[in-house]
Design a protein around this ligand. Structure first.
Ligand code: FE
Ligand code: FE
Length: 262
């Protein structure tokens, strides 16, 4: 399988384009603040597998590469990491990196957070409050953004660090906050991967380097490493979920409490 088979947006379904157009139009600092306040309250509780099962029917409308459920995608990613003999926390990240898509359970159409309207759940992310690089997917939509006339630095300063910027809201940010809220003991690298895996402009297209601090530069290598497993494991070879669950349940028990706030 060649690499140029993936992330080709030339002949995508209209739903993929639609999702990207709406994100460019409606994602803003104000929307981010609103979404964090509204969706990151974490006032409900469930077991890990209850949360995981929410995704068995979820299909990512922005993804040009797979029409399998996210369940399968997460198992495929985790299994590939495991096969390469990488540490348990990394395998777990493979399994949970897209779990944030569960916001569709509490989302609504107007916010782009439900099954039909996913512009604030899925798709590549971008930084809010500054110029959007033309390396983004569908750069022709940039004219729809509130930030179309902003400068490269916009509201930020050189080297301010990614932790001081706001990215378009989606499953990355939600999951990052969920893990923080529940005080899940994962290394810093894991938190970076979860929070920025959809920021292709940064980890793959070398944009936003003017915002990086020393820590971001170090962590970027891990996000890049993860990205290969996220992308190139998408195929039609179905994983035996029952079998896989037996193994991953042990990891889940190591890292997660019985009840998780979401
Ligand atoms: Fe993702
Ligand atoms: Fe993924």
């Amino acid at each position: 399988m060649t690499n140029d088979k993936f992330r080709n947006y030339d002949n995508v379904l209209p739903q993929v384009k639609e999702c990207y157009l709406k994100a460019r139009k409606f994602q803003s600092i104000e929307f981010y603040d609103y979404a964090v306040k509204k969706y990151c309250k974490f006032d409900k509780q469930a077991s890990f597998w209850e949360l995981f099962n929410f995704l068995s029917n979820f299909v990512d409308l922005s993804d040009p590469d797979t029409n399998l459920s996210n369940h399968q995608h997460m198992y495929q990613t985790a299994e590939a990491i495991r096969k390469d003999g990488l540490p348990e926390w990394f395998q777990l990240v493979g399994l949970i990196h897209d779990l944030g898509k569960i916001i569709y359970k509490i989302g609504r159409k107007e916010d782009g957070t439900n099954m039909e309207n996913q512009w604030a759940i899925v798709g590549d992310t971008f930084i809010l409050g500054c110029e959007i690089p033309k390396e983004i997917v569908f750069p022709e939509f940039n004219c729809e953004s509130k930030y179309k006339d902003y400068t490269k630095l916009g509201i930020y300063s050189e080297g301010c660090g990614l932790s001081n910027i706001k990215c378009s809201f989606g499953h990355d940010e939600y999951m990052y906050r969920l893990l923080k809220f529940n005080q899940i003991d994962l290394p810093e690298e894991a938190y970076y991967i979860i929070r920025y895996h959809s920021l292709y402009l940064w980890h793959t297209y070398n944009q936003y380097i003017h915002f990086e601090n020393d820590k971001d530069k170090l962590m970027k290598e891990w996000v890049k490493k993860f990205q290969k497993y996220d992308l190139y494991t998408k195929n039609q070879n179905k994983i035996d979920e029952e079998q896989a669950k037996k193994y991953y349940n042990k990891l889940v028990k190591k890292f997660f409490p019985d009840r998780i706030f979401w």
